[in-house]
Design a protein around this ligand. Structure first.
Ligand SMILES: [Zn+2]
Ligand SMILES: [Zn+2]
Length: 263
């Protein structure tokens, strides 16, 4: 069984991918026999990390063209991962107008909390943070993004905060946030979005089977896969487990050029 395309990969065109390389990622995708790869660089305008900046979209498109010329046996998809695009409608429109993008992810990384802006990866550094309240705020913000009318097709890493869970606050359980997650899924399904199963470079499935089952229940049509690799060595990591999980939740590999699994 061939692996599906990896539709969420970062390269040197993302500010946080110090080990990223578009060329080596293409080589790795060919080695793995992936049918396609999408380079979905960070298009985001918050400043919560040192050195954080949005993709240089013109330079990025040049790199895509160079790789397409060099790796003719690989389907190379262009893309961006929009971060909180509803907070930056003008910047978002500018990036989307810069050229044809095959793949546009919508992501929430940051929330407003305790009077400031906080990336979920920073939750555990914040002493005394009310984790469940922060996670509820995360899902609320995701719902606002989905209903903002902005043009993105994929809902990326729906339960991103669980990657950064804190030992000692009790385990993350989807059931504890079921109403919030279901509301997000309903909004995604009713706006025709695809749910991403993000394998976090082989570390943790975002989301896991409980949420993919809910996705099916609320009428979600399709699932796609992304490793969120920031390093060529991590491409396609966790995909075997992820496809088995998605199939157990009732979706099947479709004869689909984008590599979707459908109900
Ligand atoms: Zn992300
Ligand atoms: Zn990403």
């Amino acid at each position: 069984m061939p692996l599906p395309p990896d539709l969420h990969v970062h390269t040197e065109w993302s500010w946080d991918a110090g080990r990223g390389s578009m060329e080596r990622s293409c080589e790795r995708a060919l080695e793995l026999g992936l049918p396609a790869i999408a380079f979905t660089e960070h298009a985001e305008w918050n400043k919560v990390h040192p050195g954080q900046h949005s993709v240089d979209i013109a330079g990025y498109f040049d790199a895509i063209e160079r790789c397409r010329a060099k790796f003719r046996g690989l389907r190379i998809l262009s893309g961006v991962e929009l971060g909180e695009p509803h907070w930056f409608p003008n910047e978002t429109a500018e990036v989307l107008a810069a050229g044809p993008l095959d793949m546009v992810h919508g992501s929430i990384h940051c929330i407003h909390m305790d009077g400031g802006l906080l990336d979920a990866s920073q939750f555990r550094e914040r002493a005394g943070l009310d984790f469940p309240a922060a996670v509820r705020e995360y899902f609320r913000e995701t719902l606002v993004m989905l209903n903002s009318g902005l043009p993105f097709e994929t809902l990326a890493h729906i339960d991103y905060p669980k990657r950064y869970w804190l030992d000692g606050v009790g385990p993350y359980r989807e059931q504890d946030y079921e109403p919030e997650i279901r509301a997000v899924l309903v909004a995604a399904a009713s706006t025709g979005r695809v749910l991403e199963v993000n394998t976090t470079r082989g570390r943790i499935l975002c989301p896991d089977i409980t949420v993919v089952r809910w996705w099916r229940e609320v009428g979600g049509q399709a699932v796609q896969y992304g490793s969120d690799a920031h390093d060529p060595d991590r491409i396609g990591e966790g995909f075997k487990l992820a496809t088995q999980m998605v199939e157990a939740a009732g979706f099947k590999a479709a004869k689909d050029p984008m590599g979707l699994w459908r109900r």
